[in-house]
Design a protein. Structure first.
Lengths: 296, 296
């Protein structure tokens, strides 16, 4: 285990050539946050505002698409972290999105960061909104992907959709993400297979899997979020990039339109023939758009 | 495909030694039932009352424990069949247990059988009850395993339990039947692995898997059964063997006690440290008991 808070790729800032570090090879580090060990991975050029990746239901570090992380790490210092009680991070998964956001804030503070960009995918996007509302000065820019606002349409159905697709996955002996994240068109099916392959690119030092208990707690937290009274999103004055597939079955795409309408400084990107995992499927387009958005 | 209705093992009734036929090797046959092709497998000594096996949620022919079928086939002509729209059987899965029973009756009639014994496991046990009520003269004896009456306690929770355990199965990369059919004790876990292994013993001519659509229709039919007004079981005057594990999470064991109490001619066997798949886990005990029950 390397020392916390020292990017594995900090050689990039020195005069010697940087070692080849990528999402598939970057070391997993640990930092103590109020006495709980959080695991994270960080690399990319030092300097500038780091991008903190906030993960989705059931996801550990190994669930980020290598193309998306590597893509942003080409220009930015990136930091991906496991939520409390998830994968390699210690403690118990909190029962609310709000408490997950408080954990993320505590992690960012513990890392000694004064300002970050946030990339929140799905549940991570819920968390990002809370961070932006509660600690606006901590955040520079926000990417909200495959996500929606509190009380958003159909978010209380995530449990049902996850159940149904888990049964399908069991019967078809496939990864449920293939149905949950992608369209069932020929293109979507092909892309889902490529995505699952990419998630296997990291062969050593993989993260611990999420526990069944943590997964269920997250499901309940998402359900509650789906039934929460809508927040006033006009207070989030940060630049926000909202991105999704046009046919998201988990957090219906109408939520992305809703976010873009209610956030005063939002840009919207909707990918055709793509689902919840639209930013992974269309990673080339997304990385280009995200890098442009984060510049300056 | 062999000719329908001719048991593969009919040599057993002749003077030459019977070929070694077992559940893992017996041929799959097809019979037209009112224009729909039903697949089935049959073997065991000719003569006497044949035992018709009625299958559970999601199950095809390949889901019967070889030890149980071979055990009963040692003394009885056995016939296992895929419900309409399941596995290799044609047509569309009906939305009610009653219609599944009508299909089973039509199959038995098409096979030219005047009287049968029934072994109904779980959903198959629901079907067996309807057959016994609607066509009492067609049935001699009944084995009801891991099952319950219409409106039975907790049967409307089968969908929820199946969902939860499918998520668990996906996260743990296991077969959901390991949780659904067995206890989580060391003994139950070990037995669940043996069961899954036994289901793989047949290596050729395996059945088609159930479709997601058929599985969902069955789930709805089971849910409806769980909410149905209780039937008068006193009209089922047949000898009935009720068997289950003591800790059935799918069709709670209280339903087995309830059946044994309400059926006027019932014998009850409850297996300790066993779940829904109790008759598979304790196949030696069960086969001994079942053979004794079916004799005479």
């Amino acid at each position: 285990m390397t020392h916390p808070n020292v990017p594995h790729s900090d050689a990039a800032a020195s005069s010697t050539p940087a070692p080849t570090v990528s999402w598939s090879t970057v070391a997993t580090q640990t930092i103590s946050v109020d006495g709980t060990a959080f695991v994270y991975r960080t690399y990319g050029p030092a300097g500038g505002t780091p991008v903190v990746f906030l993960n989705h239901l059931g996801a550990t570090l190994d669930n980020w698409d290598p193309r998306v992380v590597d893509g942003l790490a080409a220009e930015h210092h990136v930091i991906a972290v496991d939520n409390r009680g998830v994968g390699g991070s210690g403690g118990t998964t909190p029962a609310t999105i709000e408490d997950m956001a408080h954990d993320a804030i505590a992690f960012i503070d513990a890392m000694g960061l004064n300002m970050v960009d946030l990339l929140g995918f799905s549940m991570g996007g819920f968390i990002a909104q809370i961070i932006a509302i509660e600690r606006p000065a901590l955040v520079r820019k926000i990417i909200l992907a495959g996500t929606g606002p509190a009380g958003g349409e159909g978010i209380d159905k995530v449990t049902r959709v996850t159940c149904a697709d888990s049964i399908t996955a069991v019967l078809r002996r496939k990864d449920p993400k293939q149905n949950l994240f992608f369209t069932r068109t020929a293109h979507g099916i092909a892309q889902s297979r490529e995505f699952i392959k990419r998630l296997g690119e990291r062969t050593t030092d993989r993260d611990k899997k999420i526990s069944v208990r943590a997964f269920r707690t997250q499901l309940r937290a998402i359900h509650t979020w789906g039934l929460t009274e809508p927040a006033d999103l006009s207070v989030i004055t940060h630049p926000v990039l909202v991105a999704n597939g046009e046919d998201d079955r988990m957090v219906p795409t109408s939520n992305s339109y809703d976010l873009a309408r209610r956030l005063p400084n939002a840009t919207l990107r909707i990918y055709p023939d793509a689902g919840h995992g639209g930013i992974f499927q269309e990673h080339q387009q997304f990385v280009t758009t995200a890098l442009e958005f984060l510049r300056g």
